[in-house]
Write a protein that binds this ligand. Structure first.
Ligand SMILES: Cc1cc2nc3c(=O)[nH]c(=O)nc-3n(C[C@H](O)[C@H](O)[C@H](O)COP(=O)(O)O)c2cc1C
Length: 362
C-alpha cells in the first residue's frame, strides 16, 4: 500500500517544515527548534552520495536522536544511480519519514559536478535519477527543487517528471539556480506546481513571518510552507504559525527571549574540544540572521560581528538584548529593512566540504 504523508501536529492545518540547511539543521539546532515549538516535518542537511560515501554519523544523529517525535526526511545530494540506490537502502534502515533528493544547491562547485541544482540542466539524466529513486525508495520519496537552472523554460517538463516518477511531496524554492538567493521568489511558479503535480507542494523561499506565509498560502494554494533562514532568526516561527492557524494569540518574543535563545544555541552547539573563543565564529552564522530583527540600525549586528572572544560576544549580547530595559522590547516580526545577513546562504565552508568530495570525480 502507498505510504501516506505524516499528519501535521494539528490535523487539518497547513504543513510547516524546517528547510534543510547544511551545517545549521544539525541535531543541536533541531533540539532547540523542538523546544520552541517544532515544525511538522524536519529535513536533514544533505547526505553526500558518491562512490565511497557512507552515511555521515552527525547527520544520521539528527534522525535517530531527534527528540521531537516529528518525522525527519533524509536528504541526499548526488547523481550516480548505483550509489543513490545503495544510499536509499542504507537510509531506510533508519527511522526516516522519507527520502528527499536535492535539486537546488546553487554553489558553482557543486552544480558543475551535475549534482544539486546542476541536475536541472540535464533533464534526461534527471529522468533516470528520479526513476532510480522511485524504484529504490520503499517509503515516501520527496523532491526539493528550484524552478530551473538559468531560467524556467524547462519548468513544465520538470513538473511532468515529478508526476512521471510519482513523487510523494515536492518542495519548491521559487528561484532559479542562477538567481541564488537574489530577489523575491517566483511564487507564481510555485502556484503552477500546485496546479500541475499530483502530490502536495511546499512553498519555499523568503517565508519570513506568519503574515508573509499566509499570503503565500493564499496566492499559491500550497499544502504547506518550508522555512529556512527565518527559522534561524526566529525559532518560534513554527509555534507562531500553529497559533495563527488555530486563531489563537500569536506569541511575540522579546529581546530577553532572544538572549536566552543565544545562550541555548551556545550550549547546544559547542563541542567539548572547541575553545570558547573559537566557538564565537560558529555562533556568528546564527547571529547574522538573528541580528536582522534586533534593531533597525544594525548596531547589534555590526558590533557582534567584530567580537573575537566569548567575553566580548556575551557582553555585546547583554548590551543590546538585556541592559537598560531592552529585555522587554519586542523582537521584530520581519527582518528590519536594509539589515542584511552576510552571507545569507550556504557558506563557502559548507560548500567547500561537499565540493571537495565531488571534485574527486565521484
Ligand atoms: C546555510 C544554508 C544551508 C543550506 N543547505 C541546504 C541543504 O543542505 N539542502 C537544501 O536542499 N537546501 C539547502 N539550503 C537552502 C534552504 O533549504 C532553502 O531552500 C533556502 O534557504 C530558501 O529558503 P528560506 O528563504 O526560507 O531560507 C541551505 C540554505 C542555507 C541558508
Amino acid at each position: 500500500m502507498k505510504p501516506e504523508l505524516p499528519q501535521p501536529l494539528v490535523a487539518g492545518q497547513p504543513i510547516t517544515a524546517l528547510a534543510p540547511m547544511q551545517d545549521v539543521t544539525t541535531l543541536p539546532f533541531m533540539r532547540i527548534v523542538s523546544d520552541y515549538g517544532p515544525p511538522d516535518y524536519f529535513f536533514t542537511e544533505y547526505f553526500r552520495v558518491h562512490d565511497h560515501s557512507t552515511l555521515e554519523s552527525h547527520i544520521l544523529a539528527s534522525i535517530t536522536e531527534n527528540p521531537s517525535g516529528r518525522p525527519v526526511f533524509a536528504q541526499m545530494i548526488g547523481e550516480d544511480l548505483v550509489h543513490l540506490d545503495r544510499t536509499v537502502h542504507l537510509l531506510e534502515q533508519h527511522p526516516v519519514a522519507g527520502v528527499d533528493i536535492n535539486l537546488g544547491c546553487p554553489a558553482p562547485k557543486v552544480y558543475k559536478k551535475n549534482v544539486g541544482g546542476g541536475l536541472l540542466r540535464d533533464l534526461d539524466h534527471l529522468d533516470r535519477v528520479l526513476e532510480c529513486l522511485r524504484k529504490a525508495v520503499a517509503g515516501l520519496f520527496t523532491v526539493k527543487m528550484r524552478v530551473g537552472f538559468e531560467n524556467w523554460d524547462s519548468y513544465p517538463e520538470l513538473l511532468q517528471l515529478i508526476n512521471k516518477h510519482n513523487a510523494d511531496l515536492l518542495s519548491v524554492h521559487g528561484r532559479t539556480v542562477k538567481e541564488m538567493y537574489r530577489g523575491e521568489p517566483h511564487y507564481d511558479l510555485i502556484r503552477e506546481a500546485v496546479e500541475t503535480v499530483n502530490c502536495p507542494v511546499l512553498a519555499n523561499g523568503n517565508i519570513s513571518s506568519v503574515t508573509k506565509g499566509q499570503a503565500v498560502l493564499d496566492s499559491t494554494g500550497v499544502a504547506g510552507l518550508m522555512i529556512g533562514r527565518s527559522a534561524i532568526r526566529n525559532p518560534w516561527i513554527f509555534r507562531q504559525f500553529r497559533e495563527h492557524f488555530s486563531g489563537e494569540p500569536i506569541f511575540v518574543p522579546k529581546l530577553g527571549d532572544v538572549r536566552q535563545y543565544i545562550e541555548k544555541l551556545w550550549k547546544e552547539t559547542k563541542k567539548g574540544d572547541k575553545t570558547d573563543d573559537r566557538h564565537v565564529s560558529y555562533m556568528k552564522k546564527f547571529l547574522n540572521f538573528i541580528g536582522q530583527s534586533v534593531d533597525p540600525d544594525s548596531l547589534f549586528l555590526k558590533e557582534v560581528r567584530r567580537t573575537r572572544t566569548a567575553v566580548e560576544f556575551f557582553a555585546t549580547c547583554d548590551k543590546h538584548l538585556i541592559n537598560e530595559g531592552r529585555a522587554e522590547l519586542p523582537f521584530a516580526d520581519e527582518p528590519y529593512e536594509g539589515v542584511v545577513a552576510r552571507p545569507n546562504h550556504e557558506t563557502t565552508r559548507g560548500v567547500a566540504k561537499c565540493s571537495d568530495l565531488f571534485a574527486t570525480g565521484a
